[in-house]
Design a protein around this ligand. Structure first.
Ligand code: PLP
Length: 390
């Protein structure tokens, strides 16, 4: 048995940086701004709705494979109300075990071995692993900072398409850079997808976390895109219940059926009672979503200003709850070394963006901090980071 246990497709995905950095945080007592989960729970009434579902026996046994009808209807209503996108809750909505399963099922369903998948780099870590599990080849197109914002180079994107390209995997609002793709950028992606007959899988889990005058545009709303796009959403980030793992896919009946074929053999179903609670959450009044945005915008500014004062170059995000920084003004260039030393130096944990790149050099000087934390925690972190400037 000389063969490695972990198969070749997954060999490069042995352990994640999040495990290493969270262990470092625990060992050193540093403030963990590495992993992106909120340190306070979502709305009480939604938590109570889950308790009620459990008590009343809703979802305690296997729910229907595509998701409970209440949630599928609420997802369809949400897409219609927010974006004018009409989906049939029966044929065009699929509930998944978080966006993570939606991503895995979409790629396993739609990618043949040898197909190329274009992903925006830096990319969310599960994309690379799922493309590999599907036997596909990832083709990164790098987002680069320009005038304070990470932008998509449309020429680079066009040049990345080959005869083997099957789909473009988008993420907007974008983790880790915080960029929100503009209508112009997305229009160019849509034109390219139509011209080259490509599918688009778009991860929109941060759709409600956009700030200032940024606008979240689902690519499925653009001409010709509805029927070639798989749109992925999730309750985790929007409602601050990341442990519930309720996600969903909206797409044409054909695409939905394809994704369901893979999904049924991953988890089959998940999160029964929570599905009922999230159906209620999606119908919360607009004030919920406005308050969430206002709260996170204030936290973004608190952390961004603190990081700038500490000497980082800060790319103030238009969306998500992450801020990416450049450490070169601090005289540093290696994000890995910087993040490994930061708990000792300043009592804070962050993530080196290089882990989200194939072109590690392109990502080397960038470091990501999460601001989905209590204000007092962020204030403490900012005070600690301030010592770097001294
Ligand atoms: C958090 C996150 C996910 C995972 O969502 P779940 O619903 O928790 O599975 C997917 N994509 C991105 C970009 C994320 O940041």
């Amino acid at each position: 048995m000389n063969r490695p246990l972990l198969n070749r497709r997954l060999a490069e995905f042995g352990t994640t940086i999040f495990a290493e950095m969270s262990a470092l945080a625990a060992r050193t007592g540093a403030i963990n701004l590495g992993q992106g989960f909120p340190d306070t729970d979502g709305p009480d009434e939604i938590r109570e709705a889950a308790v009620r579902a459990l008590r009343e026996g809703h979802g305690n046994q296997y729910p229907p494979g595509p998701g409970v009808p209440e949630l599928r209807t609420a997802v369809a209503e949400h897409q219609l109300k927010r974006y004018g996108l009409a989906y049939d809750p029966d044929a065009e909505v699929l509930v998944t075990a978080g966006a993570t399963e939606a991503i895995a099922a979409s790629l396993l369903a739609l990618v043949e071995p040898g197909d190329e998948v274009i992903a925006l780099e830096p990319y969310y870590d599960s994309y690379a692993a799922c493309i590999a599990m599907a036997g596909g080849t990832r083709v990164p197109v790098t987002l680069r900072p320009s005038e304070g914002r990470y932008v998509l180079d449309l020429d680079e994107l066009r040049a990345a398409v080959t005869d083997r390209t099957r789909l473009i995997l988008l993420n907007t609002p974008h983790n880790p850079t915080g960029t929100v793709l503009t209508r112009d950028e997305l229009t160019a992606v849509a034109e390219l997808a139509s011209e080259r007959d490509l599918l688009v899988v778009t991860d929109e889990v941060y759709e409600h976390l956009v700030f200032d005058d940024a606008e979240h545009v689902p690519i499925a709303t653009l001409p010709g895109m509805r029927d070639r796009t798989v749109t992925i959403g999730s309750a985790g980030k929007t409602f601050s219940f990341t442990g519930w793992k309720v996600g969903w896919v909206t797409a044409s009946p054909e695409l939905t059926a394809a994704v369901r074929s893979a999904k049924q053999f991953l988890t089959y179903v998940a999160s029964g009672p929570f599905q009922y609670a999230i159906a209620e959450a999606l119908r919360l009044p607009d004030t919920y979503f406005e308050d969430l945005r206002a709260d996170l915008r204030a936290k973004r500014d608190l952390l961004s200003d603190g990081l700038a004062a500490a000497g980082f170059e800060v790319y103030r995000p238009a969306g998500t709850y992450f801020v990416t920084t450049d450490i070169r003004p601090l005289g540093e260039s290696d994000g890995f070394a910087f993040c490994r030393g930061l708990p000792e130096r300043a009592g804070v944990v962050a993530i080196p963006n290089a882990v989200f790149y194939d072109h590690r050099d392109a990502g080397a000087p960038f470091v990501r901090f999460a601001f989905c934390k209590r204000t007092d925690v962020l204030e403490d972190a900012v005070a600690r980071l301030g010592t770097l400037a001294a």
